[in-house]
Design a protein. Structure first.
Length: 418
């Protein structure tokens, strides 16, 4: 069994598909090692195990809207595509979406996945409560009233429990427009970066860092925001664009400022386009927004090494949140995302150089993408990291939910592996 990108084969000895939470709880209780898998969109081994893999796609897929509380309760394995279609039918929305709508809600929030927008927090920020199966098989529900335990568990890397359900904040449905601008001069982009990334509800820059211009700027604007056909020297594309040069825009969401609903504009790709695999690799590094111009200048210095390995790099932003292991923890951030060609040895050889370059800016790797696990001072990057390590040891002393990657990140193996 492989992940979505096909770049890793999982280590599990057994794969199970429980059909109820009670059945899942019994499996967890019996297993020595166990991990859950959702859409398998992670590019590293954060979701791997040498024990039992449980796939959540056979669990009942519930989506229950509560208009009185402005929330929706979903099963952990529900995809954002399914959630969004259900919400829109009732006139509701969530605040943001990632590039692809087919990823699972549970997997996305556990790894700190996000969309873009300088004032838009990550997908985890919508979580109001979370249902977990602990290593003992006990089912628990944590809400924001549970304070630190809740804040540690939402972006939990699968180390504190298997998510079976979540309650998310919703808001009234809204309309948006999407416009792609082309050939934004780098010097003007960096000189006007705060205004650039605030020019629409959600802004993404696409580049390979070579040359004098950023190839594309994707503006996802609310109805209340003015249309832009020029921005710091970038001009409007006359035809729909794909983020990759030369690729058809057929599977991309509608552009050219044509109005549409939020779920059909916030992702880059259409809901009906659900790729079964991705011939690509991904890395991402999130750092304080104030360092963005200097960090981008530094990365441009690596352009000759980056460009041959890149399909494209996307620059996004996000608002601060309070989740202990969220890459956006207590900082408004810029995210430098790298979509690599499927050349894993070459990418992994380059990553230490890229990480060294970004380390002075306090860059935090995305938990579900490729990075060097032993190359980061996690306690320096995350003020509550020691507390998370203690919680993981307290809830899972035998390491039922652990694996080699988590042992490296947490800095100490679970008791049973010592």
């Amino acid at each position: 069994m492989k992940n979505w990108a096909g770049n890793l084969e999982y280590s599990s000895a057994t794969v199970e598909r429980p059909e109820s939470v009670a059945e899942l709880a019994r499996m967890v209780e019996r297993a020595a090692r166990v991990k859950a898998l959702g859409s398998r969109h992670s590019f590293n081994r954060v979701g791997d195990t040498d024990g039992v893999h449980v796939l959540l796609d056979a669990l009942p897929q519930h989506i229950a809207l509560n208009p009185e509380n402005s929330t929706v309760r979903v099963s952990g394995g529900v995809s954002y595509g399914a959630l969004c279609r259900t919400l829109e039918q009732s006139g509701y929305a969530i605040h943001n979406l990632a590039s692809l709508p087919h990823i699972s809600v549970a997997g996305a929030v556990q790894t700190g996945t996000h969309g873009s927008g300088v004032n838009n927090p990550s997908l985890a920020d919508a979580v109001q409560s979370i249902d977990l199966v602990r290593p003992s098989g006990e089912s628990v529900t944590l809400t924001r009233a549970d304070g630190d335990e809740f804040l540690a568990s939402v972006v939990g890397l699968g180390a504190l429990g298997i998510i079976t359900g979540l309650e998310l904040a919703v808001q009234p449905s809204f309309q948006m427009r999407q416009r792609v601008l082309e050939n934004l001069p780098w010097d003007r982009a960096l000189a006007n970066f705060p205004e650039l990334i605030s020019s629409a509800y959600s802004v993404s820059l696409f580049t390979d860092y070579a040359g004098d211009a950023i190839s594309q700027v994707w503006l996802k604007a609310l109805d209340s925001e003015p249309p832009r056909t020029e921005l710091f020297g970038a001009t409007a594309a006359l035809l729909p664009r794909h983020p990759l040069p030369g690729m058809s825009a057929e599977n991309c969401t509608i552009q050219l400022d044509e109005p549409g609903q939020w779920l059909d504009r916030l992702p880059h790709f259409r809901h009906e386009f659900t790729p079964s695999k991705g011939e690509e690799l991904q890395s991402e590094f999130i750092l304080p927004l104030e360092h963005a111009p200097a960090a981008l200048r530094a990365v441009r210095g690596l352009a000759d090494k980056l460009a041959p390995l890149l399909f494209v790099s996307e620059v996004r932003t996000g608002a601060a949140d309070e989740f202990w292991l969220s890459p956006f923890h207590q900082q408004q951030s810029v995210a430098l995302h790298f979509t690599w060609k499927p050349l894993q040895p070459e990418v992994e050889a380059l990553l230490p150089d890229l990480e060294d370059l970004l380390r002075p800016f306090g860059a935090r790797p995305h938990w579900g993408k490729l990075f060097s696990p032993g190359g980061h001072d996690w306690e320096s990057l995350y003020p509550r990291f020691a507390g998370f390590r203690s919680l993981a040891s307290a809830h899972d002393p035998e390491g039922k939910f652990r694996n080699g990657l988590l042992d490296t990140i947490l800095g100490v193996p679970a008791a049973s592996a010592r």
